[in-house]
Write a protein that binds this ligand. Structure first.
Ligand code: TMP
Length: 266
């Protein structure tokens, strides 16, 4: 690791300088945190699975024309991405009531929402990523009006696409979080999807049993987080399904057995 410069370390990922200017290497850790890092733990093999799931989702989103920072997966835990200036807003998209929405408004978990909700939080760990309005975002110049239009329209397209993608494998996309970044070309910037999309930042429920297949298993001490993440990867067709029923995957023993995705069609 000493051969390259660390640019940033977050709760679940590390960013290293990439091989070319304007690129970064995104390393996925097994570390898991919740409630603004008040709860900390490890989910064995999570980094490997999230790297693979995020690669798959970003590649599919690129196919429908969503610009993303993803370039290619490098190995089990790393992907090459474009360096962006992160817009300091977490974009949360909700289809079904869960998590902080149920606490804040007293709505029952599992209640389908009359229409998709988009919420924004200001990315600031010290403040606990507070909920912010579009007016506050504009007032403090965290994102321009044009950027917010791009962000909300991409968020809706991403939600429509991912809802269908997960429904096809028997999973309800309850909610998820997105992050966007700016790419500068002289004085002009373009907004692109950044960060990751994985069970760390999505709520994914089995459509038949309602079982939670995401980080709520860790947040709520439900157990079985490793199996839940693997189940999502398996249903997406990303893990070779050759282990016996009930057997726990040992990812260290599965080195190189993750399938390579199809090349994006131009
Ligand atoms: P919430 O119900 O806790 O506000 O979370 C909504 C969705 O956003 C959920 O799928 C988890 C995700 N999320 C993150 O990925 N990171 C965060 O810091 C927060 C607060 C939520």
């Amino acid at each position: 690791m000493s051969r390259r410069r660390q640019v940033y370390e977050g709760k679940a990922k590390i960013l290293y300088e990439g091989p070319e200017p304007g690129t970064l290497i995104q390393y996925f850790k097994d570390d898991a945190t919740a409630f603004n890092a008040q709860k900390k733990g490890t989910i064995n093999g999570k980094g490997v699975i999230n790297n693979r799931i995020s690669e798959y989702v970003f590649t599919r989103l690129a196919h429908i024309g969503i610009p993303t920072h993803f370039i290619r997966r490098l190995n089990m835990r790393e992907q090459l991405v474009r360096q962006v200036e992160i817009i300091p807003i977490e974009v949360i998209v909700r289809n079904v009531a869960a998590g902080s929405l149920t606490k804040r408004l007293g709505i029952e978990e599992g209640e389908p929402l009359p229409h998709t909700l988009i919420e924004y939080c200001y990315k600031d760990d010290a403040l606990g990523d507070p909920f912010v309005s579009e007016e506050e975002i504009a007032c403090f110049n965290w994102a321009s009006h044009e950027e917010m239009q791009d962000i909300s329209s991409m968020a809706i397209r991403i939600n429509d696409f991912m809802s269908g993608m997960f429904a096809a494998i028997g999973i309800r996309l309850v909610d998820f979080k997105l992050e966007f970044g700016r790419i500068w070309d002289q004085d002009f910037s373009r907004t692109i999807l950044a960060d990751e999309i994985s069970p760390d930042g999505c709520r994914l429920w089995d459509m038949v049993t309602g079982e939670k297949l995401d980080k709520d298993r860790f947040r709520r001490d439900l157990g079985g987080e490793q199996e839940a993440y693997q189940e999502v990867a398996r249903r997406l067709g990303l893990l070779q399904d050759d282990n016996g029923p009930g057997e726990v995957f040992d990812l260290s023993a599965h080195r190189g057995r993750l399938r390579t995705p199809a090349k994006p069609k131009k």
